[in-house]
Design a protein around this ligand. Sequence first.
Ligand code: CP
Length: 297
Amino acid sequence: MRHLLGIAGWRRDELEALLDRAQEHLPGGPEASHVLRGQVVANLFFEDSTRTRSSFEVAARRLGADVLNWSFVGSSVSKGETLLDTARNIEALGPAIIIIRHRSSGAPHLVARHVKCAVVNAGDGAHEHPSQALLDAFTLRQRWGSLDGRTVLIVGDVLHSRVARSNLVCLKALGARVVLCGPPTLLPPGLEEMGGEVTHRLDAVLPQADAVMCLRLQTERMAEAFLPSQREYSRLFGLTPARVERMKPDAPVLHPGPINRGVELSPAVADGPRSVILEQVANGVAVRRAILERCAS
Ligand code: CP
């Protein structure tokens, strides 16, 4: 089964083939593929989403699929239904692909072992968010052609970030240098073993970056006090217009969304000329079309 559960384990040529295919799915590309015509794609989101769920829905419809949008709000989860029972009942409705987001790391992997259709991980806990990493790499490749030798600086709450983990693996596999920056409490151990470089000094490292990816402070996942205050975090690690001045002239600013405006990113930067945040969202549809097509093949 052609699941997409994570980026870990993908070879560079496999990643590049998927990104090449996504290029053909951009508006104005070759004739649309309707590889999922007459099939159902099920969105199973146990956590909220604006971008990922709607992007997968648009991508699936463009490939000819009918989309079943299941949400934990209003579902029988409130009556005690388990993850596997929910997944098996959705599977009984006949989807070709189940796309799942869950607060627990490994939930999509568990579902994949118990259903017969393809499973796509749309974000599991603080583990992986593979489609986000692929669309981020796609957006950078669109600007640069190749990621070889480029330095991507990832700033913020790496500890709770599935986006950071998938991006570290993906960007390294595509030839980039990845530097992770944040307060010590929000940088987990093991990043160097995954090929990343770690620093706590944002102002020192900014001039080296070919791109800066800001991460959201995930306060909903913070059971303990990881920071003195958001104001202190913003002072030390927030990307402001003054800090953008320290970056290379053409270095873009990325953010997976949703943004805490004024915390990890000031509004002037989020909406400014360096920001490619909405390009990331637009590219997400093409990348997710390539992902669903691969699952269906
Ligand atoms: N980037 C991302 O996963 O956004 P959503 O939570 O809105 O899907």
